[in-house]
Ligand binder design. Structure first.
Ligand SMILES: C=C1C[C@]23C[C@H]1CC[C@H]2[C@@]12CCC[C@@](C)(C(=O)O1)[C@H]2[C@@H]3C(=O)O
Ligand SMILES: O=C(O)CCC(=O)C(=O)O
Ligand SMILES: [Fe+2]
Length: 398
């Protein structure tokens, strides 16, 4: 545990490494959350999420109206699913199989690639775990850049297949993320020449240097899903996140206007796109980042793979000038991805409000004040997380 965390004991739980979930026939107290609000069990919800008006939109990227539909989804939901996105089903199957084989390893083997107390990459509980008094019913594996070092520890004689699939996934996801960024920005009336914040000197490709973190999430079957939490409510510290979920449901998004949690049903070959905090900032609050969480299941193991996409780590991100004017002043100060992650590591869901500019006329423009799981955006949850520094991104995060 980093020593500076000790000064913030209130919500602190040691980031205990994951354990052998299969051996637990009852839910230990340390995993018992208050009964979940909203539908908790994945299977119960499948019927409820069928009503059209309550469902997260699905956009076919081959649809000539895709950009407009995406804009509507971003405004109303902050999340949508995409089909015909160009990433093959076989690659999605392959990455899912990679995740399954990783989490199926014996605990002792997984612990060889355990994330260090102040690190980002490797095996362990979700990074946000330490902000909550109860443990989450999940284990994760985080990859930034090359997974080679950890893959070698996990499979000393057989790591190259894992690395090749991860690399292919990173490439495909990066291409899709950039395409989605242009569609989302296009829906706000923003074109290439309006986006200078990440631009190369020539302005050729503003997403040069943009990249993503891969997060493999595993949610074992759980003896008491109504009291367990797979992954607690959070927004992603990204521009956007592309999520592949296995065929078992579990992802829920918070619908701010209805004040309720809505299940996002898995679509075979489909991908879920979440708006992250950095897009919230550059859109000047027009597209809000979406709170989401993962619930667990009594009988089925669930796996998800998130691609957490962000800009070059040291480039300044700020509300796009075209989306700010005298009537709608910029809501947030400039911040780099690296700086944002540092603040998030200390202040969790208070981060957006901490970088918000103090301007009374901003009040109506932002819809950050809904209570989620008893938390309001802006409630301080203190705990510092430092990261290691062996890749470009990691160095920038530190
Ligand atoms: C680039 C990122 C984004 C991080 C931090 C860092 C590396 C790991 C990511 C996640 C992945 C799992 C959910 C989350 C909430 C978590 O606990 O770790 C994410 C977090 C964030 O979006 O803030
Ligand atoms: O497992 C899921 O459905 C959600 C995962 C997630 O939110 C994340 O990795 O950031
Ligand atoms: Fe997330």
């Amino acid at each position: 545990m980093p020593s500076r965390c000790k000064s913030h004991p209130v919500h602190h739980l040691p980031n205990k490494p994951c354990l052998d979930f299969k051996s637990l026939k009852e839910l230990p107290d340390s995993f018992k959350w208050a009964p979940l609000d909203g539908p908790s069990r994945a299977l119960e919800l499948e019927s409820e999420s069928e009503s059209e008006s309550e469902s997260v939109p699905v956009v076919d990227l081959n649809d000539p109206n895709a950009q407009k539909l995406i804009g509507l989804a971003c405004k109303a939901w902050g999340v949508f699913q995409v089909i015909n996105h160009g990433v093959s089903k076989s690659l999605l199957d392959k990455i899912e199989a990679c995740g399954k084989s990783l989490f199926a390893l014996p605990v002792q083997q997984k612990l060889k690639a355990v994330r260090s107390a102040d690190g980002v990459t490797g095996y362990g509980p979700a990074r946000i775990s330490s902000f909550f008094p109860k443990r989450m019913w999940s284990e994760g594996f985080t990859i930034v850049g090359s997974p080679l070092e950890h893959a070698r520890q996990l499979w000393p004689n057989d790591y190259s297949k894992f690395c090749a699939i991860i690399e292919e996934y990173q490439n495909e996801m990066n291409t899709l993320a950039e395409k989605l960024m242009w569609l989302i920005l296009g829906s706000l009336g923003i074109s290439t020449r309006d986006v200078k914040w990440a631009a190369s000197p020539t302005g050729a490709n503003p997403f040069k240097g943009a990249s993503g973190v891969i997060q493999l999430n595993s949610y074992p079957a759980c003896p008491d899903p109504s009291r367990a939490m797979g992954l607690a409510a959070h927004t992603d510290s990204t521009l956007l996140t592309i999520l592949h979920q296995s065929s078992t449901s579990g992802l829920q998004v918070f619908q701010e206007w209805a004040g309720s949690w809505v299940m996002v049903p898995p679509i075979s070959g489909g991908l879920v796109i979440n708006i992250g905090d950095l897009l919230h900032i550059i859109s000047n609050g027009l597209y809000s980042s979406v709170y989401h969480r993962a619930v667990v299941n009594k009988t089925r193991h669930r796996l998800s793979v998130a691609y957490l996409y962000g800009p070059e780590p040291n480039v300044r991100i700020q509300p796009l000038p075209k989306l700010s004017d005298a009537n709608r002043p910029p809501l947030y100060r400039p911040v780099t991805w690296s700086e944002y992650l540092g603040i998030k590591g200390k202040h969790f869901d208070k981060t957006l409000s901490l970088i918000r500019l103090n301007n009374d006329s901003n009040e109506d423009n932002d819809n950050n004040s809904t209570l989620i799981n008893g938390l309001k955006r802006g409630v301080d949850r203190t705990k510092s997380i430092k990261v290691d520094s062996n890749t470009k991104i990691l160095a920038a995060f530190a």
